[in-house]
Design a binder for this molecule. Structure first.
Ligand code: SF4
Ligand code: SF4
Length: 149
């Protein structure tokens, strides 16, 4: 059983979730695995369409979730505290939404009952991202998305 509480994401704060509930909150959109560029003056964060080298664009998800921090030191391991501190999480990120006390969207698997709904709603990066292994990262600014994520 995933949780001891029905619709736990509506009743619990992030810090109160158990490990299994915490993992269920992630919709696996992959948006947090995109490279970002921050304007140091304004603090504004711009997402690019370039995905981390460990992101699996064919099957979705991190290729080595368990060891990700060793392989990609800049990978952000989320916790309730980190979610509260970060200004670079996508606006659709389920952790961000719950931290801001907003409801999960209809396409979130916990609401829709299907993992496919993230792809069908056009939220998954698998639809448009390019792996960083395919480009010269010095040219990252050429890949900034013209929309907010
Ligand atoms: S290491 Fe894995 S989880 Fe971290 S950013 Fe890269 S693909 Fe995403
Ligand atoms: S942006 Fe949020 S919901 Fe999407 S994969 Fe990253 S942590 Fe999970």
């Amino acid at each position: 059983m995933a949780s001891d509480a029905e619709n736990f994401w509506e009743t619990k704060r992030l810090a109160e979730l158990n490990e299994e509930e915490w993992e269920l909150i992630c919709d696996h959109c992959g948006r947090c695995c995109l490279h970002k560029i921050k304007n140091e003056e304004s603090g504004e964060v711009f997402f690019t369409c370039i995905a981390c080298k460990l992101y699996d664009l064919e099957n979705g998800g991190c290729r080595d979730y368990e060891h990700r921090k060793q392989i990609v030191p800049e990978c952000v391991v989320l916790s309730a505290k980190r979610v509260a501190e970060l200004d670079s999480l996508p606006m659709t990120c389920a952790y961000r939404l719950l931290h801001e006390r907003k409801p999960l969207p209809p396409w979130h698997p916990l609401v829709s009952g299907s993992k496919k709904s993230v792809m069908e709603a056009g939220i998954s990066i698998d639809l448009f991202a390019i792996s960083e292994t395919a480009i010269d990262l010095d040219r990252l600014d050429e890949f900034v998305l013209d929309r907010k994520l």
